[in-house]
Design a protein around this ligand. Structure first.
Ligand code: PEP
Ligand code: MG
Length: 316
């Protein structure tokens, strides 16, 4: 079956009633980008830029960062947009060259975009590296862990400043929606970005108040919980009202049975792990938007994760 999916991997993912969904890849390296193209990726929905330098003991220079980003943009080409997420460390992801003070609750501490705001010179170098390579492909910039409008404004101001400094024209910017406050305030945030991408891994962790890596509890942090689905619905509705699009780059997008729920909620881009690309495309081709919308509404009305799972089983 995997061979059958791969055979059609380079065809678009269009529902039986004619709605095309963009199927993108989550990557962390130039090699991933090459594999993603082979597996039929139409875009990169998430480049986890911290993975480019995980093993480094000192901060990569602006030129070193530019080199890898440029290589990835060239592999993907002008036709495939690449969402480059700015450094997302802290919490569960330490960086050897960025020692962080001890925190009681690192997932609620200086993580994601908060590091860039505290230490703007690091963020600035990264943003300059991205902007300097933008001409090589279709680059988009995304900020992780946005929890309030003032954070978004601070980083947007820095990006605009560097755009001016480097003479780069408009680059689309977006934010991860992975903190409940961002989902709740999506209508306001949508005014100042071009797109949203929902990080269901962290969103679930923060909605359910369950550490995503907790040995005993993590299995209860299920992105199919109706509370998480309602957050997604809220986000999409706010974005649509503002004329912006929403993707999902968290693990839920790679869960085949969740695909109709997500597209039924109005998600336009599914960004999935490279091995999942052909099957997710195949799944989209087997469902209709009309049925998916009904399924999504039914899922929103479920009382618990197990009800959502039963609902999805009854469909397949
Ligand atoms: C997420 O939180 O869902 C996400 C995609 O980001 P990461 O897994 O890198 O935290
Ligand atoms: Mg995350």
């Amino acid at each position: 079956q995997a061979e059958e999916y791969q055979r059609d991997a380079h065809k678009p993912a269009i529902t039986t009633d004619g709605f095309q969904i963009e199927i993108a890849a989550n990557i962390g390296s130039v090699e991933d980008a090459e594999k993603a193209v082979v597996a039929g990726a139409e875009a990169v929905g998430l480049l986890r830029s911290e993975f480019l330098y995980m093993e480094r003991l000192n901060e990569p220079t602006e030129e070193e960062q530019a080199e890898k980003i440029g290589a990835i943009l060239e592999v993907m080409g002008k036709e495939r947009p690449v969402i480059i997420r700015t450094l997302d460390v802290g919490g569960d992801k330490p960086l050897p060259y960025l020692p962080m003070p001890h925190e009681e609750n690192p997932f609620l501490g200086v993580r994601g975009v908060r590091i860039g705001i505290e230490r703007p010179s690091i963020l600035r170098r990264q943003v300059r590296a991205i902007l300097s390579q933008a001409h090589k492909g279709h680059a988009r910039i995304m900020y992780p862990m946005i929890s309030a409008l003032d954070e978004l404004r601070a980083v947007n101001a820095l990006v605009r400043e560097e755009q001016k400094n480097l003479g780069v024209e408009h680059v689309e910017v977006g934010i991860m929606i992975e903190v409940p406050s961002a989902a709740l305030m999506a209508d306001k945030l949508a005014q100042e970005v071009d797109f949203f991408s929902i990080g269901t891994n962290d969103l679930t962790q923060y909605v359910m108040a369950i550490d995503r890596g907790h040995p005993g509890l993590a299995s209860r942090a299920d992105a199919l919980h109706p509370a998480v689905l309602r957050m997604i619905e809220l986000t999409v509705r706010a974005a649509n009202d503002a004329g912006k699009w929403v993707g999902v780059c968290g693990g839920l997008a790679s869960q085949i049975e969740a695909v109709p729920v997500l597209i039924g909620l109005g998600i336009k881009e599914l960004s999935v792990s490279v091995p999942a690309l052909p099957e997710v495309k195949h799944k989209v081709r087997t469902v209709s938007m009309e049925e998916s919308c009904k399924l999504a509404q039914a899922a929103l009305d479920c009382a618990d994760t197990s009800d959502v799972k039963d609902l999805l089983k009854s469909q397949s």
